[in-house]
Design a protein around this ligand. Structure first.
Ligand code: DX5
Ligand code: ZN
Length: 219
């Protein structure tokens, strides 16, 4: 089984020492930096946007894994890519129909980034199947999007497993599977067993002195 990618979510970082916290996770061996954008409309919380991404995107060498939990992703996608997103992941539920999902995927690719599609816990995994040949990543939310520090939803295992099974049986190799929410050394085992490629972790990593050991435990 290939080595799982670890993506710390800066939503749980100390914003008084953001750059130091980013350096800490990078030196501890993190591969990607997960950047949670929330607009207070698609999700009931507001986090940060393009200006902050622009500031930090080039301050490290990890992949900038931007997760936009916002309405109207078509309108804002180009700005996040110009601000430094390497992967830009938007929500299926933020689009009116499948046609719009394809339009956002194409727009992300036109601007030179990799396209990810995320689904909330209550959205069936089958909803992403029509887009898999165009996507670079599927992000399965294992918590209700909007906040860090929530509990992992165990049913996420079945969604990851079902997606992996579908991708293998349809020979879809390009698309990565990412899981996000409530990931720690225990729940990571569950997600990896199901076939996940990328683990997002916020509160399990930031704010602890043993980040290196914690990243190794996730792996
Ligand atoms: C939630 C975000 C997650 C969250 C992860 O809406 O998408 O990335 O920050 O935080 P933890 O790992 O603490 O659940
Ligand atoms: Zn996220």
């Amino acid at each position: 089984m290939s080595r799982v990618i670890v993506a710390p979510s800066i939503l749980s970082a100390d914003f008084n020492h953001l750059l130091e916290d980013i350096k800490k996770v990078e030196e501890a061996g993190a591969d990607w930096l997960h950047f949670d954008v929330m607009d207070g409309h698609f999700v009931p919380n507001i986090s940060f946007g393009q200006p902050v991404l622009k500031c930090i995107a080039k301050s490290h060498h990890m992949v900038n894994d931007v997760h936009i939990m916002i309405s109207d992703p078509f309108k804002y996608a180009p700005e996040f890519i110009k601000a430094g997103a390497d992967y830009l992941t938007f929500h299926y539920e933020a689009c009116k129909n499948d046609k719009e999902v394809f339009q956002v995927i194409d727009l992300i690719h036109d601007y030179g980034a990799k396209a990810g599609l995320s689904i909330k816990p209550n959205t069936p995994i089958e909803k992403v199947f029509p887009f898999l040949y165009s996507l670079d990543l599927v992000l399965i939310m294992s918590v209700e999007p909007g906040f860090g520090g929530q509990k992992y939803i165990p049913e996420s295992f079945t969604k990851i497993f079902r997606l992996k099974e579908y991708m293998v049986s349809n020979d879809i190799k390009k698309c990565l599977i990412e899981v996000d929410g409530g990931i720690n050394d225990e729940t990571a085992k569950n997600a990896k067993l199901a076939g996940v490629d990328v683990l997002v972790a916020g509160s399990y990593l930031f704010g602890h002195d043993d980040i290196k050991e914690r990243i190794e435990k996730l792996r």
